[in-house]
Design a protein around this ligand. Structure first.
Ligand code: ADP
Length: 430
């Protein structure tokens, strides 16, 4: 497909998978038609869209690798005609002094030949606000939010100007809340002053959605934006787009319905219990029985159970368990081994269900989603209507015999969704 035919407006590079979906969801809700790709695509886009979000897994890679992948994504987006680039990172600014927010931003600036960009993880709807350059998570500073203990990217300083300055050779500055409150002209004036003062990257304050909406027009001409998912809500209007039902329209639904759940989070446990309490068919996979060799037999048993039930409505296959049970299994198998065994089995179940005619699939669990998407050979997801905040329905077009008509799929990360999520999801799609 040629860039003109595609009409691509915004090209996004996300440093992890669920973060990519979060960004895509915000863009769709603000009026853009969006496709999320798993990694840098090799094929042309399957649908005509306004924005593409390339999902990388680069957050904690060595900086050089994160840069290489991000530049590859940039080049692909440019060949698709993207007129503005958006580098998306976590709303808690997850990074270390060696990266990767600073190094990737710098590399993208160099590649785009631009001397100025912004950086803000603010998303007030999700409790992430930036005030005088300090990031708050809910009511507390970032470094008091629990993020100071993160195993991979401990955030021990809430001052984002300092945090980012440690990661980049470019000078870091601030566009504060007073300037943002005054709107487009004041923000543009501040950008000009910062630029003249040699600042290359400005942290931007935002304490409300209105702040994010004011940023949209002010940053319209910047070739590169770097942010969490919040800044996205102000951008579609720059391209003359308004929120519309059309943006989230997916192809018509077909086939049977199923839920595969490998998340053991509190919310998912409640969702499994709710589904069962409604008298819906549900089958638990016991990880202890997944010892080497028995995996395939167990998957076949699960599929034999599910097949005759599918015509009557959604079925649930789950390994979801309460913390005590999970700990017991982990003690027996080891944490990583237990996780991998279960993910592998659930992904094989998802694949088998789709082969059996399931075309509407809900997957619960971030890692579980990754495994299922991989097992289904999904490379591109068109983003549809939101089920609950952060979780949209997606459509994976057919690219294999087993997915002849494509598959509608919802990827729910652990603690998202109301207790009735597993039934509500199919109602939203219908
Ligand atoms: P969440 O989004 O809730 O964190 P994930 O899918 O990311 O869910 O992570 C859950 C992990 O726990 C996966 O690796 C999964 O395979 C593993 N797991 C699922 N069920 C069990 C269980 N009953 N015992 C041990 N580990 C499990």
């Amino acid at each position: 497909m040629s860039p003109t035919k595609l009409g691509l407006k915004l090209g996004c590079i996300a440093d992890d998978f669920t973060g990519a979906t979060d960004l895509a969801n915000n863009l769709v809700r603000s009026g853009m038609r969006v496709v999320q790709t798993i990694g840098v695509p090799t094929a042309a886009l399957a649908a005509q869209v306004d924005a593409v979000v390339v999902a990388l897994k680069s957050r904690t890679l060595p900086a050089a690798e994160a840069i290489a992948q991000s530049l590859q994504a940039l080049r692909w987006l440019q060949t698709q005609g993207a007129t503005q680039i958006y580098f998306k990172y976590c709303s808690t600014f997850d990074s270390t002094p060696s990266g990767n927010i600073g190094p990737v931003t710098e590399a993208l600036m160099d590649a785009l030949n631009t001397d100025f960009t912004i950086a803000t993880p603010a998303f007030p709807d999700n409790g992430r606000t930036v005030f005088k350059g300090y990031l708050f998570a809910g009511n507390v500073l970032l470094n008091e939010s629990g993020m100071q203990n993160h195993p991979l990217t401990p955030m021990t300083d809430a001052n984002l100007v300092r945090v980012l300055q440690a990661q980049t050779k470019r000078q870091v500055g601030l566009i504060d809340y007073k300037t943002v409150a005054q709107g487009e002209a004041a923000i543009r004036e501040r950008v000009q002053a910062l630029r003249e003062g040699g600042v290359g990257v400005a942290i931007v304050d935002a304490t409300s959605n209105d702040d994010l909406l004011r940023m949209g027009p002010a940053f319209k001409d910047l070739p590169l934006l770097t942010a969490g998912s919040g800044v996205a809500i102000g951008l579609p209007a720059n391209f003359g787009l308004k929120p519309s039902l059309q943006a989230s329209q997916l192809p018509p639904v077909t086939g049977w319905q199923a839920v595969v759940s490998g998340s053991c989070s509190v919310a998912t446990n409640a969702q499994v219990a709710h589904f069962k309490a409604q008298g819906r068919p549900a089958l638990a996979i016991n990880p202890a029985s997944l010892m080497s060799g028995q995996n395939d037999a167990l998957v076949q048993q699960v599929l034999a159970w599910a097949r005759p039930l599918l015509p009557s409505g959604p079925v649930l296959v789950y390994s979801t368990a309460e913390p005590d049970a999970v700990k017991q299994v982990q003690a027996q198998l080891g944490v990583a081994e237990a996780g991998a065994l279960v993910e592998h089995a659930l992904a094989a179940v998802a694949r088998g269900l789709v082969d059996a005619g399931v075309k509407q699939l809900v997957v619960a669990g971030g890692e579980t989603s990754g495994a299922c998407v991989q097992a289904l050979g999904i490379a591109q997801l068109q983003i549809g209507p939101q089920i609950d905040p952060g979780v949209p329905w997606c459509f994976a077009p057919s690219d294999s015999g087993a997915q002849a008509d494509g598959v509608h799929i919802a990827l729910k990360s652990g603690n998202f969704g109301t207790p009735d999520f597993f039934s509500k999801a199919f109602e939203v799609l219908a």
